[in-house]
Design a protein around this ligand. Structure first.
Ligand code: ATP
Ligand code: MG
Length: 586
């Protein structure tokens, strides 16, 4: 029997500081053990906590105001650099704009914007003024924006003129919405602003940072609301509190190895949790220079950013890495990537093939880590100091207890797959699913937070992702994780991506069915299908290899790049597709 204590046990340094909370209600209550553990953070006079203060102002306060905080690379080749002092001044100013508009503690302020510097300034300003930011990915159409703003009761919206036009039809339907603030960056938009809208630059030019005071937020005050990716169903509004910053800070240091001198590039958009927890809070609390690239994915574009700004730490996602693999060695060779010293990945399982490829082409392993919108920060990670096992998501961070449970929610021995669960009580844990208390409660069982994923644990404490609970396939009495099958398939040179589902079967209950997209230069044929079947039978145990393989032109994915297996399944079975608000355009 595996001793689970060993796994989640804090290192000696944090011994005794971990709360042992046994049920979710107490998980919502006070625990400020981490206050003593991280004396680097300032806190506010009187014991409050504000994440924007810790990210930006603290460095100015300690004499590092001249350090560069953000380099913005615009999509038209623009470039802007902001020091910590400038970020402080601008966000103070925007905080004062929000105060002038009458913002109240806890008001939801939605930000629907491309990755412009103003997005970050506005987000920090709202947080300083005590508001809750609700960032939305700019590729959303009107309906998903309406859904989320209505659900959250948004009072303010910050957007650009183009995006405002795109969602014009829904604005009047959000009854709680009072003001729309519009950022016309660099005069990119030539028409006059819509009547009633407020011009960001005008507001900023009359506002003053002088005399601005950070709202007296405390650690339990709400700060950020993120809708989940919608991989398994309708996205949930996950509410976080200012205390999450503690964990974002420490995991930035521990899992991404962020140091004061680093130049950091996170490819996630702030519309998803990685883009705020690790696109804003972790890098800035660690005092690094954060490169914000406005453009979208492109192998050359990403490598250009790394080459031009001498990026040292790069945090990206498996979907991007698979595309980079597809682009091949050419673009790697035509760039100088020698500044890189650490690469990490999150969002989906990172196929072992990708780790091997990264090691060969970037000359360093890609460090996978696991977490969710609900956890607010990294929970399990391949550290710089640790041997990376390709295909494993690493080991839990100190202070976090993670386990694999059976159906009765009791820990299982090493080697067996089961329910991936966490002991509640870490600082960045969600406080609520907005307006869905029952769903929130349903995620807690016998003192564990149930993640919704399946995994196994090896003898050395490494966790291995198996699949989302909904995606795990039950075939002839075996449980098969789609990840294992997908990873085997993409090792074949013809296969770019693979998505695997369980197809109902009268005898076996389910059979394994795979969908693949092909690499350039390959064409689908019965011969290739047969070859892939054979290939997977060599790689996988009998019964695990797919019984059927089909090709698709486009792998259905969320806008954050995750394969939507539920859609592959619905399409295969001719069932309704459910919520597709986060589905990427073809
Ligand atoms: P929804 O909850 O709306 O269905 P989602 O779960 O994809 O969408 P996120 O919170 O963005 O929304 O993603 C968290 C999930 O992503 C995890 O529960 C897990 O399934 C997957 N994931 C994230 N990182 C990893 C990783 N390193 N390895 C395997 N899976 C990962
Ligand atoms: Mg989820």
């Amino acid at each position: 029997m595996m001793d689970y204590e060993v796994i989640g046990k804090p290192s000696a340094q944090y011994e005794g500081l971990t709360p042992n909370l046994s049920d979710y209600e107490s998980a919502r209550e006070g625990f400020d053990w981490y206050r003593d553990a991280f004396p680097e953070l300032d806190w506010l006079p009187g014991g409050g906590l504000n994440n924007a203060y810790e990210a930006i102002d603290r460095h100015v306060h300690h004499g590092y105001g001249d350090k560069s905080a953000m380099i913005w690379a615009g999509k038209n080749g623009e470039e802007e650099t902001y020091t910590y002092a400038e970020m402080k001044e601008l966000s103070d100013r925007f905080g004062s704009v929000m105060n002038g508009l009458g913002i109240q503690r806890g008001d939801r302020v939605f930000i629907f914007m491309d990755r412009l510097p103003e997005l970050y300034v506005a987000a920090l300003g709202v947080l300083k003024a005590g508001g809750v930011i609700g960032p939305l990915f700019s590729a959303f159409g009107p309906d998903p924006v309406l859904d989320r703003m209505q659900d959250a009761g948004a009072r303010f919206l910050i957007t650009t003129p183009e995006l405002r036009n795109k969602i014009e039809s829904i604005l009047s339907k959000v009854e709680t919405l009072e003001k729309v603030i519009v950022v016309n960056k660099g005069g990119r938009y030539r028409e006059p602003l819509a009547k009633g809208d407020l011009d960001y630059y005008e507001l900023m030019s009359v506002a003053s940072s002088e005399g601005f005071q950070i709202a007296g937020t405390g650690q339990y005050d709400y700060s950020i609301m993120h809708y989940t990716s919608g991989s398994t169903g309708k996205p949930k509004g996950v509410l976080h509190r200012h205390q999450a910053v503690v964990q974002q800070y420490m995991t930035g240091k521990w899992c991404l190895d962020l140091n004061f001198d680093d130049v950091y590039f996170c490819t996630a958009d702030p519309g998803w949790v990685t883009g705020t927890s690790y696109g804003m809070m972790a890098p800035w609390t660690n005092g690094v220079t954060n490169v914000i690239y406005e453009g979208g994915f492109g192998a050359n574009a990403y490598y250009d950013v790394i080459d031009r700004y001498k990026v040292t730490v790069w945090y990206t996602a498996p979907t991007a890495i698979r595309l980079l693999m597809r682009a091949g060695a050419g673009p790697v060779a035509s760039h100088d990537l020698s500044s890189l010293r650490f690469i990490a990945s999150v969002g989906e399982p990172l196929n072992p093939e990708a780790v091997v490829w990264g090691n060969e082409h970037y000359k360093m392993p890609i460090h996978d880590n696991w977490w969710q919108t609900e956890t607010g920060a990294i929970m399990c990670s391949n550290y710089a100091s640790m041997e990376v096992r390709a295909g494993s998501m690493g080991r839990p961070i100190p202070g976090v207890e993670m386990a694999v449970l059976d159906e009765d929610y009791n820990p299982k021995p090493a080697g067996e797959a089961g329910i991936l669960a966490l002991r509640p009580g870490w600082p960045s844990m969600m406080h609520a699913y907005w307006g869905q208390d029952e769903m929130y409660s349903s995620r807690f069982r016998k003192g564990w937070y149930i993640t919704g994923d399946q995994a196994s644990l090896d003898e050395d404490g490494y966790f291995w992702f198996q699949g989302r609970a909904d995606d795990v396939i039950n075939t002839a009495g075996h449980l098969v994780g789609p990840f294992e099958v997908e990873s085997a398939l993409i090792e074949h040179p013809a296969v770019a991506e693979a998505g695997v589902i369980g197809k109902p079967d009268p005898i076996a209950m389910e059979v394994v069915k795979a969908f693949v997209t092909l690499n350039p230069d390959y064409e689908w044929s019965t011969a290739l299908r047969r070859e892939l079947m054979q290939f997977s039978r060599q790689k996988l145990a009998a019964g695990v290899a797919p019984r059927e393989i089909d090709v698709v032109d486009v792998m259905p994915k969320t806008r954050s790049g995750k394969i939507m297996r539920r859609l592959l399944k619905a399409r295969e079975l001719g069932l309704p597709e459910g919520d597709t608000s986060t589905l990427e355009d073809d």
